[in-house]
Design a protein around this ligand. Structure first.
Ligand SMILES: Nc1nc2c(c(=O)[nH]1)N[C@H]1C(S)=C(S)[C@@H](COP(=O)(O)OP(=O)(O)OC[C@H]3O[C@@H](n4cnc5c(=O)[nH]c(N)nc54)[C@H](O)[C@@H]3O)O[C@H]1N2
Ligand SMILES: Nc1nc2c(c(=O)[nH]1)N[C@H]1C(S)=C(S)[C@@H](COP(=O)(O)OP(=O)(O)OC[C@H]3O[C@@H](n4cnc5c(=O)[nH]c(N)nc54)[C@H](O)[C@@H]3O)O[C@H]1N2
Ligand code: SF4
Ligand SMILES: [Mo]
Length: 795
């Protein structure tokens, strides 16, 4: 899909001619009313981050014209951030994919084909692969941004139809360590509490999360809470001084990868100063260690933690942290009237991401800062539907819908029964996790892969290596997207899909909350909702493989209108048949109920009546969570029922400090970390096409500490080479007291070949969660020239 410069200019001209109505409404009431005349507002969720803000899209004459927040919604109280506010402007961008495109060879040029032909080709290629190379030679790689109905249907056809568990998604790059942490510490995935605790908390422990830029609306809530209540403390633990650090009472700045020592040292202080809540943990928790999950005593845990006195931890952490800092934050954490921890990728994208998650949960369990109002161990989810679609809907290689494990026969059988397919149809072996999947593509073991709503050619670590696999002529690639991307460049078949608000479906955000977005406008050209695409593809697959079971997977949905009826029927099947009796019970959250709610429903919501009250604000709390009541075995106020812990207790883990996979050395002396800025979303396919957002931040740069810059003779704006053992980028320098000395930081949004930082990052993974260590690798840094004028890649 290479674009010529002329194409590009033509499109830009067309775009500005399409002059947006925009949100610059005049201020007096009458003129506001006049400007809004003829606009219909359609309720849905924001397309972007995992906060899940409730918004309304304004539509006039069939075109999107504005966006506003929903004041009654408990996610955002009417507020939206600038990305959320402007996102709709990319909806009608001239680059939208509008027709299926096909090329036989990856070196060939794309030509437009009909849907019938396109799905016929997709079915033939998958069928050929399965016949010649077995069921595990095909794969689906999806996204925490796909609607639940989409992920659910894709995985149903892959597992029940094509009999492979090669179903994965980008949440592996993101939330896998949090899932591992919740399962091993609490016995059940997903947070206990939610945003409701933010206005009740007295201490915020923000670690490895740049909430201000990545979850801006939640950050406003935290900031307001602090401004209104001077006694509220904010702790920020991050090797970089970020926008989030600015509101912190204490910013702990340390060498990347050393915060497991910090967390253990905080536990040390809590024990030394007897700041723990013994009655809480002796009632509700056990102590565990090692692969065998062996139960140990509190004394043994104490002995383990004795190895982390704050003085020693401060030495390990280097940088600016002192032992007194650690003591002070531990006291704030333990003694506040309610402590909420918040973390994201600084913790998850680590070689020991699961352990880091465990160590945060430990602090909450030890101090009883859990389950009471204003206290929670709250992992922030990145994508809008990583929780709802992928973690709950069965979008990873080892899980089936309804938080079921692939390897458990009984659970597989439940799914087979719900689908009306023969027992034993779903294979018992989990599929490839993300990095294994793309390694298998590299090795030519996967012959056909469907990539939906994600752009791995840019978002995988060490992408130079994996893009070689995507370029193989013997790997057939279907890519369904709304725009051309770095990944569509490797596709054989590009399928244009409907975008948010052009189709109907559910997103489930950070706090176990499911929210419906209804179709408000038609997709452009021939773009189609994914649920339609999968259904029609499956019918063709069934006939090519002559397999009635594949047909059976989509039969319940035959003939349904794709804009609303079809996703509703899929949602009904999933929630009524597969969440029933599970911890994410959503039986009460029908479309009919979700449409009545300003802000959706938090599970468990087994009944309509409970769903209409908004569902469950806090899991495991008797009187609040219907499952806690129905599962109760005593009169205690809390009842845990997570499937992973037979003892129905919380687990405090003994986890040591561990280094990242690749440490700086004489040849590659800097830590490289990568992450986000407020203006852009991931690969910029959407935000790069919103003029306001692109202007705000047109291209990537490397953040470097002034002391390092001085040593290397780098001045602001100079072009700098950032090189690892895997690849190189050349970017302008931004010199400021952001990253700690010895560390550089690059945002990963830029699609430009010289500024795509995943060419440089490392593909080391957490052995438990299989999540890559995007946050840490070793690089060398060198000035190459003075400033040069740069242009953004997309407009
Ligand atoms: N504007 C915007 N918002 C987004 C997104 C976006 O693309 N743009 N994406 C969404 C998604 S999918 C996600 S996953 C979230 C991610 O949200 P965040 O995780 O908050 O964002 P990042 O910038 O990736 O990383 C957060 C911080 O981790 C720190 N860090 C690096 N190494 C370490 C370490 O060793 N220890 C600790 N404690 N911290 C470390 C970095 O310095 C950085 O400040 O954002 C979501 N929201
Ligand atoms: N270096 C580095 N790399 C990282 C990270 C990092 O911190 N550092 N973070 C990782 C994390 S946390 C994440 S979540 C991943 C995200 O990485 P990706 O998922 O690869 O990035 P996105 O740009 O969100 O890709 C979404 C794609 O879906 C398309 N799209 C939008 N709406 C629709 C739709 O309705 N249907 C379809 N079919 N397509 C649609 C968009 O155009 C876009 O191409 O990246 C990971 N990569
Ligand atoms: S905070 Fe997240 S969900 Fe809310 S408007 Fe911004 S991008 Fe959208
Ligand atoms: Mo993410």
């Amino acid at each position: 899909m290479a674009q010529t410069r002329r194409d590009f200019l033509k499109k830009t001209a067309a775009l500005s001619a399409a002059s947006y109505v925009g949100m610059n409404l005049p201020l007096d009431k009458n003129s506001v009313a006049r400007a809004e005349e003829g606009i219909r507002w359609h309720r849905g969720s924001c397309r972007l981050c995992g906060v899940g803000c409730r918004v309304e899209l304004g539509v006039k004459n069939g075109q999107p014209v504005g966006l506003r927040g929903v004041p009654q919604a408990r996610t955002n109280f009417g507020y939206v951030c600038m990305k959320g506010m402007h996102f709709w402007k990319c909806m009608r961008h001239a680059d939208r994919l509008t027709r299926p495109l096909y090329r036989e060879k990856k070196t060939g040029t794309f030509r437009e084909i009909s849907w019938d032909k396109a799905l016929d080709i997709a079915a033939s290629k998958f069928a050929e692969a399965v016949t010649a190379h077995g069921n595990d030679s095909v794969a689906y790689y999806g996204s925490g941004q796909a609607l639940t109905e989409e992920t659910y249907l894709f995985q149903k056809v892959m597992r029940g139809g094509l009999q492979t568990n090669n179903v994965e998604g980008n949440p592996r790059l993101c939330m896998a360590s949090a899932v591992g942490g919740y399962l091993t510490s609490f016995g059940a995935d997903e947070p206990i509490g939610g945003y409701d605790d933010l206005e009740k908390a007295y201490c915020f422990f923000i670690i490895g999360s740049n909430t201000a830029e990545a979850h801006p609306v939640l950050f406003r809530r935290i900031m307001r809470r602090k401004l209104d209540n001077p006694e509220v403390k904010v702790i920020n633990a991050d090797p970089r001084l970020s926008q989030t650090s600015r509101i912190a009472d204490k910013h702990l700045q340390f060498k990347p990868g050393t915060d497991l020592a910090l967390l253990n040292a905080m536990a040390y202080v809590i024990i030394e100063e007897k700041l723990y809540d013994q009655s809480f943990f002796s009632t509700y928790a056990t102590f565990r260690k090692g692969k065998e999950k062996k139960e140990v005593s509190f004394d043994e845990y104490k002995k383990f933690v004795a190895d982390y006195p704050p003085e020693k931890a401060a030495r390990i952490m280097g940088g600016k942290v002192t032992a007194d800092d650690i003591r002070e934050v531990a006291r704030w954490f333990a003694t506040s009237k309610g402590t909420v921890s918040l973390w994201t990728m600084g913790i998850n994208q680590r070689k020991r991401g699961v352990w880091a998650n465990n160590l945060i949960h430990n602090l909450h369990i030890l101090t009883g800062q859990l389950l009471k109002p204003g206290a929670d161990s709250l992992s922030l989810t990145g994508q809008p539907n990583a929780c709802g679609g992928v973690r709950e809907g069965g979008g990873l290689c080892h899980i089936l819908p309804g938080h079921r494990l692939v390897k458990k026969e009984k659970l597989r059988n439940q799914v087979e029964e719900a689908w009306g397919i023969p027992k034993g149809r779903i294979p018992p072996k989990p599929g490839y996790h993300t990095m294994a999947m793309f390694s298998a593509v590299n090795a030519g073991k996967i012959k056909a892969i469907w990539i939906n709503c994600t752009s791995p050619a840019q978002s995988l670590p060490n992408c130079n290596l994996y893009n070689k696999g995507l370029a193989r002529e013997d790997v057939f690639i279907v890519c369904s997207d709304i725009f051309p991307t770095r990944t569509t460049e490797y596709a054989n078949l590009i399928l244009p899909t409907a975008f948010h608000f052009e189709k109907t479906g559910v997103y489930g955000c950070t706090e176990r909350r499911s929210q419906l977005t209804r179709k408000a406008i038609d997709p452009p050209g021939d773009a189609k909702p994914e649920v339609w695409i999968v259904r029609e593809w499956a019918k063709k697959l069934a006939s090519k493989l002559n397999d009635p079971v594949i047909a059976q997977c989509v039969k319940p949905f035959d003939g349904l209108e794709e804009g609303y009826e079809l996703p509703r029927a899929i949602w009904n099947e999933y929630t009524q048949k597969l969440t029933k009796g599970r911890d994410n019970d959503l039986q009460g959250a029908t479309y009919e109920v979700l449409e009545q709610m300003y802000d959706g429903v938090q599970w468990p919501a087994p009944t309509r009546a409970h769903a209409l009250k908004g569902g469950t604000v806090k899991k495991f709390v008797r009187g609040m969570d219907p499952m806690a009541d129905s599962e109760a075995t005593s009169d205690l106020p809390y009842q845990f029922y997570g499937p992973a812990h037979k003892d129905r207790k919380l687990w405090v883990w003994l986890r040591p400090q561990a280094d990242p996979e690749e440490m700086p050395d004489a040849e590659y002396p800097f830590y490289l970390s990568t992450g986000r800025i407020i203006d852009h979303w991931h690969t910029m396919s959407m935000t790069g096409r919103v003029p306001e957002l692109l202007r705000a931040n047109p291209y990537a740069y490397v953040e470097i500490n002034p002391n390092d810059a001085k040593k290397l003779g780098i001045k602001p704006g100079d072009m700098v080479e950032v090189r690892s053992r895997r690849g190189v980028n050349v970017l302008p320098a931004k010199v400021y007291e952001g990253p700690i000395e010895g560390m550089v930081f690059v945002y990963w949004h830029d699609q430009h070949p010289e500024r795509m930082i995943n060419k440089v990052t490392k593909d080391a993974i957490d052995p438990g969660s299989k999540e890559p260590e995007f946050k840490i690798c070793a690089v060398k840094v060198k000035r190459v020239s003075g400033p040069v004028p740069l242009k953004p890649l997309i407009v």
